[in-house]
Design a binder for this molecule. Structure first.
Ligand code: SF4
Length: 428
């Protein structure tokens, strides 16, 4: 059963009198377990929808619609499938106490992997789920592989009952499902020979593997489960050398790189980041793969749209990791706008000094970094620090932070989004 949350005005559902709160039970006789069933079973043109109205009355709506015509029904959000693993490197286990509850939800849901690109381990999928993935052709899926070696994966996921990922992926691939994979590397556990085996296995799955990202383990001062080795420069370099060798083979034999080191891996290895051509269609940019190259490109392409700001002083808040990469970009922006830019490096007071990612700064960090800066005309902060409700991880709202600071602040993804408008930005 799924529940209606909203009805679009003048839609088919509106004309039928379907109301929010109605429970949708079956479509053409097939039961509805979740939004995926709804999505796929309502693809037909003729529908008989068995429903229970908010007052408890059961009805059957019979309707016909033209191809592609929307029914106008939005569903309540699905209940998320919880993770059955207990990875030592789990970022959620590395969160400090006291944050808002949803941040602690460890989801591992193949449905969200398909719908939103969330990574899933597939360790909690049952036979029925595999059948659904194949029947509904849920492709591509985003899969946390970590290692194809079964024993190594059991240790990495801290779960003795985890299914064999190689068998799972092979079966799904045979049914036409494709994957974007990621491997979080824990030094001594899934680097070196284990990584080589993983890359070899994924390579052998050919077109089923659309991309693979290799990401260094990320820990905070609260990662209490972790007993492994920390990632250091030499380990990062060794991993990159494997990744690049497989990437070069992909380019040589298949015309595409397919496997990528994350930006953070390059930074840890103290290696120059590849240019945008390396990343193809940036399939794993949300996973921190090619984000810097993409930012550089967007800035380069946006310079001629930047508004003139003669004599203005603009502060740019970032984390430690991005600081060295920002300076050349700010120079270009200064030339294009005639404004003076100042890089303001903020530390994560919530996660501690090991977390240098700008997106994990909290409202309090922004306040600390910008308080008393009466000399600035405006400041840009990383847009990733707030959620869609404009709230920071520590529950400060953007509005509250703005009210406490002496200059206007604007969340920005790539500087251009704010600076191209003389009125200070579309994201204001
Ligand atoms: S799979 Fe591992 S990292 Fe992901 S949520 Fe579960 S325990 Fe955390």
């Amino acid at each position: 059963m799924v529940k209606v949350s909203r009805i679009e005005r003048n839609s088919i559902a509106d004309e039928l009198g379907i109301e929010p709160g109605t429970e949708l039970i079956t479509v053409n006789g097939r039961p509805l377990a979740d939004f995926l069933d709804w999505e796929f079973l309502t693809a037909d043109e003729e529908l008989a929808i068995e429903a229970r109205q908010p007052d408890g009355q059961e009805v059957i709506y019979e309707l016909e619609r033209l191809d592609g015509e929307s029914l106008g029904i939005s569903l309540e959000p699905p209940s998320v499938r919880r993770c059955a693993n207990r990875c030592e490197f789990c970022f959620i286990e590395g969160l400090p106490a006291g944050l808002r509850k949803p941040l602690y939800i460890r989801d591992d849901d193949y449905r969200l992997s398909f719908a939103y690109g969330n990574f899933a381990t597939l360790s909690n999928v049952k036979e029925r789920d595999i059948e659904r993935i194949l029947e509904y052709r849920l492709s591509p899926l985003y899969v946390s592989v970590h290692a194809t070696n079964h024993d190594a994966r059991k240790i990495l996921l801290n779960n003795q009952r985890v299914p064999d990922i190689k068998a799972q992926l092979s079966r799904l691939a045979a049914g036409g499902i494709q994957f974007h994979c990621q491997m979080v590397i824990v030094p001594g556990l899934n680097d070196e020979l284990v990584l080589e085996e993983s890359l070899n296995d994924l390579w052998n799955m050919q077109k089923a593997v659309l991309s693979a990202a290799v990401v260094p383990v990320g820990l905070t001062q609260f990662s209490h489960l972790y007993t492994g080795r920390k990632m250091d420069r030499d380990t990062a370099r060794a991993i990159l050398s494997q990744v690049e060798s497989w990437g070069a083979r992909g380019m040589r034999e298949r015309g595409e790189t397919w496997v990528f080191g994350s930006d953070e891996l390059y930074l840890l290895a103290e290696r120059e980041l590849p240019g945008p051509a390396h990343y193809g269609d940036f399939a794993q940019i949300e996973n921190g793969v090619g984000a810097v190259a993409s930012l550089r490109t967007r800035v380069a392409h946006g310079l001629d749209r930047v508004a003139r700001r003669e004599g203005q002083r603009i502060g740019v808040v970032t984390g430690l990791a991005m600081a060295p990469l920002m300076a050349p970009l700010l120079k270009r922006l200064a030339r294009a706008s005639s404004a003076e830019f100042e890089l303001i490096v903020a530390e994560s007071s919530l996660f501690g000094p090991t977390i240098t990612t700008a997106g994990l700064l909290i409202g309090r960090d922004i306040l600390t970094a910008l308080a008393d800066r009466h000399d600035l005309d405006m400041a840009l902060i990383p847009a990733e620090t707030i959620n869609e409700d404009r709230v920071f991880l520590d529950d400060y709202t953007l509005e509250a932070v703005r009210e406490s600071l002496p200059m206007p602040i604007f969340p920005s993804y790539d500087f251009i989004d704010v600076l191209e408008s003389a009125a200070s930005g579309v994201l204001a």
